[in-house]
Design a protein around this ligand. Sequence first.
Ligand code: G
Ligand code: MN
Length: 422
Amino acid sequence: MNPATAVAPVSDPAKAARVLIVDDDALVRKSTARMLSAPGREIVVAADAEAALQAFRAQRFDAIVCDIRMPGLSGIDLLREVRKVDLDVPVVLMTGSPDIDTAAAAVELGAFRYLPKPIETSEMVAAVDRAVRFCQLVHARREALRLAGIDDSQPGDRVGLEQRFEAALDQLWMAFQPIVSLEDGRPAAYEALLRTEEEALKNPASFIAAAEKLNRVHELGRAVRNAVAKAADNAPDGVDLFVNLHPKDLLDPQLIDPFAPLSALAPRVVLELTERASLEDIAGVDDILAELRALGYRIAIDDLGAGYAGLSCLAALSPDIVKIDMSLIRGIDKDPKRQAVVASLIELCESLSMKVVVEGVETRGECDQVTFFGCTLAQGYYFARPQRNFSAVVAVPSAGIVNLDAVDVDIDDVGEVMGPPH
Ligand code: G
Ligand code: MN
């Protein structure tokens, strides 16, 4: 490749729509560029996929027109690389030898069109015109969402979402937040919270929504449980681990497999099921819960007070532990209504032999208030944020800051305002 000729703008760079043409055949490159030149369009040509990628990384394009068979990286390889960073740019593939494999790959990677050569000028122009308009529509829609204050960080197309989801799974890790004993200020347990380094799915709610959209909830659940089992080696002795379940996880045979990695730890694990989601659609939930208990797991109902769990759900779960949602705790020291509700919840749960954990304690006042109501277990930023390690640094009103062990504090600030938990 001669870098001087590999990438060259051949029309006015000040114009709006930018099209990248990639073909190893100089004649095709030239004729395609000529076909597509038009006022208001900038054409950039590249003689191979490597050069195209370089150009693509340097500037935004509204469409890419690319030959499939080229020396070095193929057009399919180029499309795959492009999709790793850009889920929207339309790619029109051209090929002199159409076949099932490349056509299937083109579909899978979200190619915009797959055109067998020779390609009529009118056909090429129409395909690229449409591609450019689509690209502009996607950008305009993004802009509109942004104006409306809607977060559109979730990749739109399935291929892109799948790739992001894969990357998120690869970079999955668990944060741990202590559940503190209000009696002695020590962590009695830790809740494991889903985290990933993948930028697009950094918010755990988006990560879970992606799993739901792609029908890969079980895969995510297994990854979480395996990661917890692995991290448990570093957990202090004697503390329990709380692990969030998606309702659909209940239908995964791996959950009740005695040889699954988490099953070995079942006696020290509490599985949280959120009150926000319905368990009604889960067939045979009673039997599954019984199997989980037989393995040694305990069950908690999460976010109590934030969902719609009726008597039947509570009775079916018969949770060992009830976690009171943070919306009931927020400002409880100044709010007689919340005080009345939480006090009676604590009393009722205790009369049913269910342990209570209050969630989302952020201030000294909130902590004092729930302690006064007889609550003995609490979780929240007031004590510690979710962290990479098993943080032993907690603050309690009686003792002030308790630093039990020297630990590297690695504060995790991601996704603190979330939808469904995990
Ligand atoms: O619903 P669930 O309890 O699983 O939700 C846990 C989420 O709440 C985690 O993302 C965690 O980071 C967040 N969280 C934990 N403690 C607090 C807190 O004190 N305040 C707020 N706003 N969020 C918290
Ligand atoms: Mn939870």
